[in-house]
Design a protein around this ligand. Structure first.
Ligand code: GDP
Ligand code: MG
Length: 174
């Protein structure tokens, strides 16, 4: 018996190249991880259906597929997005310093009620940390964003990152 889908929520992944967007998506959608960053280039979006409050929710997660290098993320990418994961690499300070730009771009293109989670990825590389948890928390609080550190490699906090955003969207639209 096919299950009926009650809701489809589009969520976009944004952030600098190589922060781990595609691997976070691979972990969430297929429970996979690869050290080869080229593995998922060209994929537009992936879906996973979950149950929230006894409703079938299809999460449609969009990945930039390399466009971030040319600042060519288009308006179509953001169109209809209910949520966003704004991702940096905790070992690369520059990727965190670029977050305000990504946030500005997101806010200028997306719906004003979009649910945003700031994600510090690669928490498994704590010995190479270049961004403190305190700095990220302070920024998230100031901007009204959720915040978590993740490791796509070790599958830490990936599920909670998406579930927090999807549940918040669900609470807004249902
Ligand atoms: P994207 O350009 O943002 O899509 O980044 P990718 O997902 O392609 O990842 C870039 C590189 O970082 C790849 O070599 C990944 O294997 C690696 N990577 C992604 N997530 C993690 C993580 O959580 N920990 C570690 N150590 N490496 C990661
Ligand atoms: Mg990618």
């Amino acid at each position: 018996m096919g299950e009926k889908i009650d809701y489809v929520f589009k969520v976009v992944l944004i952030g600098d190249s190589a922060v781990g967007k595609s691997q976070i998506l691979a972990r969430f959608a297929r429970n996979e991880f690869s050290l080869d960053s080229k593995a998922t280039i060209g994929v537009e979006f992936q879906t996973r259906t979950l149950i929230i409050d006894r409703k079938n929710v299809k999460a449609q997660i969009w990945d930039t597929a390399g466009q971030e290098r040319y600042r060519a993320v288009t308006t179509a990418y953001y169109r209809g997005a209910f949520g966003a994961l704004l991702i940096y690499d905790i070992t690369k300070r520059q990727t965190f310093d670029h977050i305000p730009r990504w946030l500005e771009e997101l806010r200028s293109h997306a719906d004003k009620n979009i649910v945003i989670m700031l994600v510090g990825n690669k928490s498994d590389l704590d010995d190479k940390r270049a961004v403190s948890v305190e700095d990220a928390k302070e920024f998230a609080q100031k901007e009204g964003l959720f915040f978590l550190e993740t490791s796509a490699m070790e599958a830490t906090n990936v599920e909670p990152s998406f579930m927090t955003v999807l549940t918040e969207i669900f609470n807004i639209v249902s």
